[in-house]
Each structure stands twice: as C-alpha cells, then as structure tokens.
Design a protein around this ligand. Structure first.
Ligand SMILES: [Zn+2]
Ligand SMILES: [Zn+2]
Length: 308
C-alpha cells in the first residue's frame, strides 16, 4: 500500500515520466522557441518531455537563419515552416527564398484579413506553385476585447478550396474546430457540449482532397473532447487527413509555465493531453499511426530515408 505521502506525491512523479506512445509522433505545430538560459535547445526540451520524435517548426521569416541552422544541426528532428507578413509586398520573395533554403511549408498564416481576400489568395497560389502545404489560423471570435478576426470567413471556405485545387490547406484554430458542429453561430471561441452532425469542417474534409486538419491547441483538444461519440467517428472518417500538432505553450513537455494558457489546459502539456485522447480513441487502430506520423510525412514530403 502506498502511504498517504506517496499518494500525494504520485501525480508529480507521473508528470516527470517520459510518455512512451504506441506510435512515433511528429508535432506539426511547434512554434520555434529560443531560450539562451538553457544549455539545451528549447524545442528539443519540449519534444523530449512529451515523447515527440520530430516537429515542424513554425518560424517567422525574420528567424529564417536560426530555423535553417537548427534543421541542419538536427535533420532527423526538425522540418521548417515559414511565415511572412502577407500584407506586405515583399512576402512572396520571402516565402520563395525560404522554400529554396529548405522550408517545407507556409505557416502558420495568422493575419487580420479575409480567408478569401487578396493577401491570402496570393499566398495560396504561391504555395501551390512551390508545392508546399499552407497552415491557416481561422478565428472569428475575440479572446480579448478588440482582438479582431483572423482569416475571417471559414464558413465560406469551400469557394477557396474549389478555386485552388492544387493548394494543400491545413486548417487550424477556433473557427476550424468550432465548425465541426452544424450549429456554430460564431458567438463563442471554444464551444462545448454535443456536436450537431453536418458541420462545415466535417463536410469540407469529406468533400475536398486538398483540405487537412491540424489537431493542435486548445481549439483542437476542446473540439475533440466535447462529444466522445462524435470524435470517434470523426477521427476514423478523416484518418488520412488529420495531423497531430500541439501548439503547446509549455516549456518542458510536462505543463510548466502555462499560466497564460486556456484555463482547461493550465498546468498541462497540450501535446500530452491530445496524444492521450488519440490513444483512448484509436488504441489498436492503424488510424493512430496515420494521424501522429504518416499523414504528416506524406503531406510535408519528408523523405522515407529520414523515417525513424
Ligand atoms: Zn494559431
Ligand atoms: Zn507542452
């Protein structure tokens, strides 16, 4: 029998354990981080803490040198994705240069523009031309007063998917996940409760081969937590289109320094939470490995020789 003291200590001990997942994991949504106080690379520290083998580093074009250097130093661990300010005329040059230097994707693109507006349309067209996927943050509801919308208009995104059949889109964030339910009114950021079948996201994933889904952040975790029965079918239905990502703000892969995270994820690592959820739903199914590993390798064209 464990003593009362040991029982009280148990959760902390568990949090220190490095998880061992049933399939290898690539995190397609890790914002590039740099902490000079650490002796070790801050990106690797997060990955090691939550049992992730490989990551797509989301990096602004200003940090392109650092990202390219990190990928060169750790070619087995990192793939690089670039974002440049799409509202500026030099964006196309910056994207093109980054892809020539080895960036494998655009993103995340998070700007106060319309999802079908001219700025994003230019980026969609260039992504197709350079043959890299593009990760877009969709959000209609403010997290704080005056925040404003990001890539507004996801409900009408079918017209974009039709207009850019050669562009591979990866959908992410609040509006992408809230729209798994047909009753989403764009009145709340993270809806809870039962999902009403027939939501825009579910339909677009079924109808358009060029749309993929990023499971990252509170938006993805919340969307997959609200209605377990729906989630099970959704994961199986779109098992070739969904990609594990964390967008985790924690520093150690164990939930440290998450005071500013959404309340339901404070003190937790988003990667661990979402991977646990996927394992609960997909234990023993080939869909698990697809979502945590294979789909991303296909979409980001990571050579088989790099496979672990
Ligand atoms: Zn985002
Ligand atoms: Zn984390």
């Amino acid at each position: 029998m464990l003593s009362r003291r040991a029982l009280l200590a148990a959760p902390a001990l568990l949090a220190q354990d490095k998880p061992s997942w049933a399939a290898p994991v690539i995190d397609i949504h890790l914002h590039w981080r740099h902490d000079l106080r650490l002796s070790r690379d801050a990106n690797l520290t997060h990955m090691d803490g939550c049992g992730v083998s490989r990551a797509v580093l989301l990096t602004r074009s200003q940090a392109a040198d650092a990202a390219a250097a990190l990928v060169e130093k750790y070619p087995q661990q990192f793939i690089w994705s670039v974002s440049a300010d799409i509202t500026k005329p030099e964006a196309e040059i910056l994207f093109t240069q980054a892809v020539r230097r080895g960036a494998r994707a655009f993103g995340e693109l998070k700007f106060h523009v319309a999802a079908d507006g001219p700025e994003l349309r230019r980026a969609y067209a260039l992504a197709a031309e350079l043959d890299v996927p593009v990760l877009v943050h969709f959000q209609e509801v403010d997290h704080f007063p005056g925040e404003g919308k990001w890539s507004a208009g996801f409900k009408n995104f079918a017209s974009v998917l039709k207009a850019f059949p050669k562009t591979k889109f990866v959908g992410h964030a609040d509006a992408f996940w809230a729209n798994i339910s047909a009753d989403y009114q764009e009145d709340i950021d993270y809806p809870t409760g039962p999902v009403q079948p027939g939501g825009v996201t579910d339909r677009l994933l079924s109808d358009f081969p060029n749309l993929y889904g990023d499971l990252s952040a509170n938006s993805g975790n919340n969307g997959l937590s609200r209605d377990p029965e729906f989630t099970h079918g959704f994961l199986l239905r779109h098992q070739n289109k969904l990609l594990f990502g964390s967008d985790c703000p924690c520093t150690d892969g164990r939930g440290a320094n998450t005071e500013r995270a959404a309340k339901r994820l404070q003190g937790k690592c988003v990667a661990r939470q979402t991977l646990s959820l996927l394992h609960r739903h997909l234990k023993g199914s080939p869909a698990l490995r697809k979502i945590t590993w294979e789909n991303a390798h296909r979409l980001y064209r990571i050579p088989p020789s790099a496979a672990l």
